[in-house]
Design a protein around this ligand. Structure first.
Ligand SMILES: *Cc1c(COP(=O)(O)O)cnc(C)c1O
Length: 234
């Protein structure tokens, strides 16, 4: 059975407390870090709970799952695609999601821009960067980020909000923590380099999950994507 709303609120309160203490430790205002509820694999109630709690957005990993779930959720929410997107699903993603966080190639940019144009919308996107140099992870290589950003800024139907990354896991908790700190600092530094070179403020840094949100907040995350701590294991 899926968790009750009361169970959800105590989990969400606990996560907000973690965000608040990470912000306090970093000298940041907790209002500058948004909590994105990752509802993948969970029923539509998960998204309803998030909305009722006052969260603005939910994240889904798979295009098809989001398309099926969204019509079952009455509350207004921002639906974000956080999983890898193949070009052949770009049109569906542009149609059914409010933002795509996983843009990692010029080919995908081209497909999303064309689809958004045909749909008559401006689609917000994040560029996903493999800031931890994880061979198993998707995302553009940091060295390719300037070229990717330049291409993205030239797209009439896309709006580039910022960058997204996923930290690689290590063999031990200590190694995982070290990877997280390194990955998130890399993404923050890359953002600062890009904003110095290009006319784009790139305000959004989507980084941090259940296991590593503190490191992400310390490095400047503006959006933590939390699934397990809110809804239980998948
Ligand atoms: C599943 C997922 C999350 C949530 O991870 P948890 O560890 O369950 O909080 C965040 N980001 C992405 C890209 C994911 O796929």
């Amino acid at each position: 059975m899926f968790l009750t709303y009361e169970e959800f609120t105590s989990r969400a309160d606990a996560i907000r407390a973690r965000i608040a203490s990470a912000c306090a430790a970093a000298g940041r205002d907790a209002a500058t870090v948004e909590l994105l509820a990752v509802t993948k694999t969970h029923p539509p109630e998960a998204a309803e709970y998030a909305a009722r709690y006052g969260l603005a957005g939910v994240g889904e990993n798979r295009v098809q799952e989001g398309i099926e779930k969204r019509p079952q959720v009455a509350s207004p929410l921002r639906w974000e695609l956080i999983g890898h997107l193949q070009s052949n699903k770009a049109r569906l993603a542009a149609q059914h999601f409010d933002r795509v966080q996983t843009v990692d190639s010029e080919k995908l940019l081209n497909h999303l821009d064309r689809a958004a144009g045909e749909l008559g919308k401006i689609l917000p996107v994040l560029l996903q960067i493999n800031a931890g140099n994880d061979p198993a992870k998707f995302g553009a290589e940091p060295g390719d980020a300037p070229r990717l950003l330049e291409a993205a800024l030239a797209k009439k139907n896309l709006r580039v909000d910022g960058l997204m990354t996923i930290a690689p896991l290590g063999a031990t908790p200590a190694e995982t923590a070290a990877h997280a700190a390194r990955t998130f600092t890399n993404l923050r530094n890359l953002r600062d380099e890009l904003t110095a070179r290009f006319p784009a403020p790139l305000p959004e840094l989507s980084m941090g999950m259940t296991g590593d949100l503190e490191a992400a907040v310390a490095a400047g995350s503006t959006l933590v994507r939390i699934g397990t701590a809110l809804f239980g294991s998948r």
